[in-house]
Design a protein around this ligand. Structure first.
Ligand SMILES: [Zn+2]
Ligand SMILES: [Zn+2]
Length: 335
C-alpha cells in the first residue's frame, strides 16, 4: 500500500478537483457539443452581422430589436442568477415559467448548466475548483500572468475539460419539472431568441432585407455580445480591485465595477454579491445601480413574487452569531 501511495506525486494529489467536478464521460462530451455548436453559430453570425452592417447598413428596426432583446436577455440572466441559483425570492409556477423562458433565451446554456456552474463558482471562488477564475485554470493550476487568467475568466473556461456535476450542485433543478422542460428544449428557445423573433419583427417592419439584418445583428451578434457582457462579471469583477472597488474585504478577488454594473443591470456589484449571495437587491449605496434588483422588488410590490430575501431577512435568521452577515456558500444558502 505504501508503495502505491508513494508513486502519486504530492503536487498532483493537491491539484485534484473537489467533488462535483467531472473530467470525462457523456456529460463532458455533451458540454463540448453544446459549446461548439452555439459558439460556431454565434461567432459565425457575428462576423456575418458586421459584414452585413458595413455592406448593407442597419437601420432603426435592427437597432431597436438589438436594444430590446439585449435588455430582455440581461433581465433573464438576472433571474437565472438570483432566482434559479440563489433563490433570493419565491414565486408560483406561472412566474417560474416566465423566468425560465427569458433566462434560457439569453443563450448562455441551460438552466441546469448555468446553475451548477455558478454554485461551484461561489463555493470555490478564486480557489482551485472555481469554474472561471482569473487566478486558477480549469485543472486548478495557478496562472502565471494576470492577462492569461483574465482571458480564461472571460471565455476560455468554456473549453475546459472540467465540467460541473449537476447531480452534486443542482438537485433542486433536476427535481423542478419547469426548469427541466426548458433545459431539455433549450435549443428551441435559443432559436426563438436569436433567429425567429428578431427575424419576424424585421420581416414585419421591412421585409426580407430587414429580416436578414435583424437575424444577424439583433439576434446572433446580440447573443454573442450579451454573453461577453455577462462574462465581464467573471473577469473584471474578479480583478481584486484592479478595476472598480471592493466594499468588503473577502477571501477572493471580487470587485464592484461601474461599467459592468450598467451593462448587466446590476450584476457587476459582484463584491457585494459574494458577501451576501442570497440578497435579491445587491446595491449598498445610491451610486450602485441594481436594475435587476429593483425589478425583483417591483414584482414583489405587485405581489407576483414572494419572500424576497434582503438585509432585513439576514438579521432575522436565527442561530447565526453575527446575524447571518458572513459569506455563505450557495449550496448552503439556496435552501
Ligand atoms: Zn463571482
Ligand atoms: Zn452568484
Amino acid at each position: 500500500m505504501t508503495v502505491i501511495e508513494s508513486v502519486v506525486p504530492a503536487e498532483a494529489a493537491e491539484r485534484k478537483m473537489p467533488p462535483g467536478v467531472l473530467v470525462e464521460g457523456p456529460v463532458v462530451d455533451a458540454k463540448f457539443r453544446d459549446s461548439y455548436i452555439s459558439f460556431v453559430i454565434m461567432i459565425g453570425g457575428s462576423i456575418a452581422a458586421l459584414v452585413w452592417a458595413f455592406w448593407q447598413g442597419i437601420g432603426w428596426v435592427e437597432v431597436s430589436v438589438f436594444a430590446g432583446t439585449f435588455a430582455l436577455s440581461t433581465v433573464g440572466i438576472g433571474f437565472m442568477h438570483r432566482y434559479f441559483v440563489h433563490r433570493s425570492f419565491r414565486c408560483g409556477p406561472v412566474m417560474r415559467t416566465l423566468f425560465a423562458a427569458i433566462a434560457t433565451m439569453a443563450v448562455q446554456g441551460s438552466i441546469l448548466k448555468w446553475v451548477s456552474n455558478h454554485r461551484r463558482h461561489h463555493l470555490h471562488s478564486d480557489k482551485p475548483g472555481d469554474v472561471h477564475s482569473p487566478y486558477y485554470d480549469g485543472d486548478g493550476n495557478p496562472y502565471v500572468t494576470f492577462a492569461k487568467g483574465m482571458m480564461h475568466a472571460q471565455g476560455g473556461w468554456v473549453w475546459d475539460q472540467a465540467t460541473t456535476d449537476a447531480e452534486y450542485y443542482a438537485k433542486d433543478i433536476l427535481a423542478d419539472p419547469i426548469a427541466m422542460f426548458f433545459t431539455r428544449t433549450r435549443w428551441y428557445w435559443y432559436a426563438l431568441s436569436a433567429v425567429i423573433i428578431p427575424g419576424a419583427i424585421g420581416y414585419a417592419f421591412g421585409g426580407v432585407h430587414t429580416m436578414t439584418g435583424c437575424i444577424l445583428f439583433s439576434g446572433l451578434f446580440r447573443s454573442y455580445l450579451m454573453t461577453m457582457a455577462t462574462s465581464l462579471v467573471n473577469s473584471v469583477c474578479h480583478s481584486d480591485g484592479r478595476y472598480g472597488y471592493r466594499r468588503f474585504d473577502l477571501d477572493d478577488g471580487t470587485t464592484n465595477e461601474f461599467v459592468t454594473t450598467i451593462l448587466t443591470f446590476g450584476e457587476g456589484l459582484h463584491n457585494n454579491h459574494h458577501r451576501f449571495p442570497r440578497d435579491a437587491y445587491i446595491s449598498h449605496a445610491w451610486y450602485e445601480i441594481d436594475i435587476n434588483g429593483l425589478i425583483i422588488l417591483g414584482l414583489g410590490k405587485l405581489g407576483l413574487v414572494q419572500d424576497i430575501f434582503s438585509a432585513g431577512s439576514r438579521t432575522l435568521r436565527s442561530g447565526d452569531p453575527d446575524g447571518g452577515k458572513r459569506p455563505v456558500a450557495d449550496t448552503e444558502a439556496m435552501v
